[in-house]
Ligand binder design. Structure first.
Ligand SMILES: *Cc1c(COP(=O)(O)O)cnc(C)c1O
Length: 409
């Protein structure tokens, strides 16, 4: 249930988009740890089965704790946007057990054997493997190009009429490449393709792909939306409510990628502070990037908020702030990179991203270790590259930990 008061700021939306209504007057939406729901009479059961709201029947189909998180994400992603009639945009969100589950629903419900997906080469590893292993097996081909070159995008669309869906991740792992959403969206419309956007790195606070014409937006809620690293989750958002309530919902529930009440509860708590956290993540990241760029042990910094980044202009055009992810190269290559990681005292050695603490990983030996050296180099993943998700600690402590780890390398 939405707030009756007009909400003009995104934190108000994050806190009040989902109301307090429940039979027990609990202030915070409870963890509904129940697989099924009861019917007072046979008739009320029949009504719930045939009605539009299927969240109080069986928890694979929905659960009030999931609904609370879904309403909040839908309101955040639609915040301040208008639909084609000039009315407040209304979105439907489907919460899943993981980002990968939400992505599977997104692709499987929109594609069939014989279709082709067009995408960019810098992709989340799981997305890439889903294309190669799962979708390929289901008869869906993938064409991977450099989508930062719009001429290549248009040429691919012109040449191959089996391209039904364009999937974009911006900014993307680990070199923070960005793709022009408005331009790609215009081409998608022109060639009758669906546009899906992975908005995990940006969050709806920094970038709203529906504003540029995206058809579906995807998030791994595991990252900034949860923010505290307490649960895996994913969400699929769509503006075609009829599709979301029929085909989208059907694929989601039949493939069984439902969330659970505890994870949904943790996600709802995390999202309330999204704006506060993101402001701090972002200001810290900007300072860290500028500091690293000056450091004598650092060869190169990939941060889309630095003018030296090739996609700086695109990031500035479509994002409120360039975000909290970056990668950098040590002059000493692989050996220096591994020594640097080992010497860290506060920053945490872990993959994943978007948590309140600063996380540092080494793509060549961790997230991208399954790729060949040639493939890695094509993606800009050199042996000495370090990936960093800047946290919300006090900036002086982040910089001093980096300084002591870089000393002597
Ligand atoms: C983590 C992540 C995913 C996958 O989400 P899971 O929650 O791990 O299943 C997809 N895309 C991006 C950009 C991610 O960072």
């Amino acid at each position: 249930m939405q707030s009756k008061h007009p909400l003009t700021g995104i934190s108000s939306v994050a806190i009040h988009a989902s109301g307090h209504e429940n039979a027990e007057y609990a202030h915070i939406t409870p963890i509904f740890a129940t697989s099924t729901f009861t019917f007072d009479t046979a008739e009320s059961g029949m009504e719930r089965y045939s009605g539009p709201d299927k969240t109080r029947i069986y928890s694979r189909w929905g659960n009030p704790t999931f609904t609370a998180a879904e309403e909040t994400i839908a309101a955040l992603e639609a915040f301040g946007l208008k639909d084609e009639h000039g009315q407040q945009l209304v979105l439907k969100a489907l919460l899943h057990s993981s980002g990968q589950a939400a992505m599977t629903t997104m692709f499987m419900s929109n594609l069939k054997a014989g279709d082709t997906v067009l995408s960019h080469f810098a992709l989340y590893g799981g997305t890439n493997e889903l294309f190669k292993s799962v979708l390929a097996g289901a008869g869906v081909k993938t064409t991977i190009i450099n989508m930062r070159d719009l001429n290549l995008v248009e040429a691919a669309l012109k040449e191959d009429s089996s391209i039904k869906l364009i999937h974009v991740e911006t900014p993307a792992n680990p070199t923070l490449q960005c793709i022009d959403l408005a331009a790609v969206s215009a081409l998608a419309k022109q060639y009758g393709c669906i546009l899906t956007v992975d908005n995990t790195f940006a969050t709806p606070y920094l970038q709203q792909p529906f504003k540029y014409g995206a058809d579906f937006v995807f998030h791994s809620t595991t990252k900034f939306l949860n923010g505290h690293g307490t649960a895996i989750g994913g969400v699929l958002l769509g503006k075609d409510l009829a599709f979301m309530n029929s085909t989208g919902w059907k694929w989601h529930t039949l493939m069984g990628g439902n969330s659970n009440a505890f994870d949904a509860f943790l996600l709802s708590q995390g999202m309330k502070t999204l704006e506060l956290r993101m402001d701090r993540h972002c200001s810290n990241a900007m300072e860290v990037a500028k500091w690293l760029e000056q450091h004598p042990a650092i060869a190169k910094v990939n941060y889309n908020g630095l003018e030296s980044h090739p996609d700086y202009a695109i990031a500035m055009k479509q994002m409120k702030h360039p975000g909290a992810l970056m990668s950098y190269e040590l002059k000493g290559g692989l050996k220096a990179g591994m020594q640097f990681i080992d010497k860290l005292n506060m920053c945490v050695r872990a993959v994943s991203l978007g948590t309140v603490d600063t996380l540092i990983s080494h793509p060549a030996s961790m997230t991208h270790s399954s790729l060949s050296v040639e493939e890695r180099l094509k993606y800009g993943i050199t042996d000495g590259l370090i990936r960093m998700s800047v946290g919300i600690e006090n900036i002086a402590d982040i910089l001093s930990d980096l300084e002591q780890s870089l000393t002597g390398l």
